[in-house]
Design a protein around this ligand. Structure first.
Ligand SMILES: C[S@@+](CC[C@H](N)C(=O)[O-])C[C@H]1O[C@@H](n2cnc3c(N)ncnc32)[C@H](O)[C@@H]1O
Length: 257
C-alpha cells in the first residue's frame, strides 16, 4: 500500500472501524453483477482503471476479470489492507483522500470508477472529488460515478423520528439538503433498519462517525462539474439508470480525444 500524505478527513475513522465487516457480515452495499458489467462497459484488457472505494469488492474483482490494470484508492488504511488481503499482488493500493487534489492521478486512467462514493460527501467534498477524479481521466477515457438520487430509504424513518422529537434541525439541513446522523446518536438504534448481520451498535457508530452527507438533487452533479472543470467542452456528460438498483444513476463523463 502506498501513502505519502497524512489523512486528515475525520470520515476515514468510520470506515477504519467498520473494515471488512462491511462485506463479511452480509452488508452487500455494492453493485450487483449486472451493474458491474455496466460500469465496465467498453473497458479493454490492459487498460488502467482507478477504483475509488476498497469496500466495493465485487467491482474490484470485475475489473481484474476484464484483464484491466487496477489501482484502488481509499482514505481508509483498514479498508485497503482488507482488500489487499483478498487480492494480494493483483492491484496497486493507494491511501488517498480523493476530495483533495492529487497530481499523481492526472491524466493517468482510461476509466475512473466509484460506487455511491459521492453520496458520502458534502457539497465542498463533491467539488473537490469531481475536480480530482475528472482530472484523472485520459483523453478518450471515462469517469463513472454511481449515485443515489434524493433521500435514502433509511433517511425516511430517521427524519420522521427526529420530527416527532422536535429535533429535525439536528439531523437534517433542509436548505442544504444534508443529513447528519450524528445528531441522532442517542436514538438512532430504535429506527435504523438492519444491514446484513452488522450488530446495531456497530452500525450506529458507523453512521454517526460518517457525519454530514449531502443528498443529491436532479441536475446538481452537472452544475458542480461545470463549476470545477475548467474547459467543460472537453467532456460529454450522461446520466444512466444503474441496472437493478432503482433510484441509482451513473454519472458518466467522457473526455474527448
Ligand atoms: C465507495 S464508498 C460507498 C460504498 C457503498 N457502495 C455504499 O453505497 O455505501 C465507500 C468506500 O469509499 C471510501 N471513501 C469514502 N470517502 C473517501 C474519500 N474521500 N477518499 C477516498 N476514499 C473514500 C471508504 O473508505 C469506503 O471504502
Amino acid at each position: 500500500m502506498t501513502a505519502d500524505r497524512e489523512i486528515t478527513n475525520p470520515k476515514a475513522v468510520a470506515w477504519d472501524r467498520l473494515g471488512s465487516a462491511y462485506w463479511n457480515l452480509n452488508y452487500n452495499g455494492g453493485p450487483n453483477p449486472s451493474a458491474c458489467v455496466q460500469y465496465l462497459d467498453g473497458v479493454a484488457a490492459g487498460e488502467r482503471v482507478l477504483l475509488v472505494g476498497a469496500s466495493t469488492v465485487a467491482l474490484a474483482r470485475a475489473v481484474l476479470d476484464a484483464g484491466a490494470e487496477l489501482v484502488v484508492a481509499d482514505f481508509s488504511a483498514v479498508m485497503l489492507a482488507e482488500l489487499e488481503y483478498l487480492l494480494p499482488g493483483q492491484a496497486e493500493f493507494v491511501r488517498v483522500d480523493v476530495t483533495r487534489a492529487d497530481p499523481r492521478f492526472d491524466d493517468a486512467f482510461d476509466l475512473v470508477l466509484a460506487d455511491r462514493l459521492v453520496n458520502r460527501f458534502v457539497l465542498a467534498e463533491m467539488r473537490g472529488a469531481l475536480r480530482t477524479l475528472s482530472g484523472a481521466v485520459r483523453p478518450g477515457g471515462k469517469l463513472r460515478l454511481s449515485y443515489r438520487l434524493g433521500l435514502y430509504e433509511r433517511d425516511v424513518p430517521v427524519l420522521a423520528e427526529a420530527a416527532r422529537r422536535g429535533e429535525t434541525s439536528a439531523v437534517f439541513d433542509e436548505a442544504q439538503f444534508d443529513v447528519d446522523y450524528s445528531g441522532a446518536a442517542e436514538w438512532l438504534a430504535t429506527v435504523l433498519p438492519p444491514h446484513g448481520d452488522i450488530p446495531m451498535d456497530m452500525l450506529v457508530d458507523f453512521y454517526v462517525a460518517r457525519g454530514r452527507e449531502h443528498r443529491i438533487r436532479t441536475g446538481e452533479l452537472d452544475e458542480l462539474a461545470a463549476q470545477v472543470i475548467s474547459d467543460s467542452t472537453r467532456y460529454e456528460i450522461a446520466h444512466l439508470p444503474v441496472l437493478g438498483h432503482s433510484g441509482d444513476f451513473l454519472f458518466q463523463l467522457t473526455r474527448r480525444t
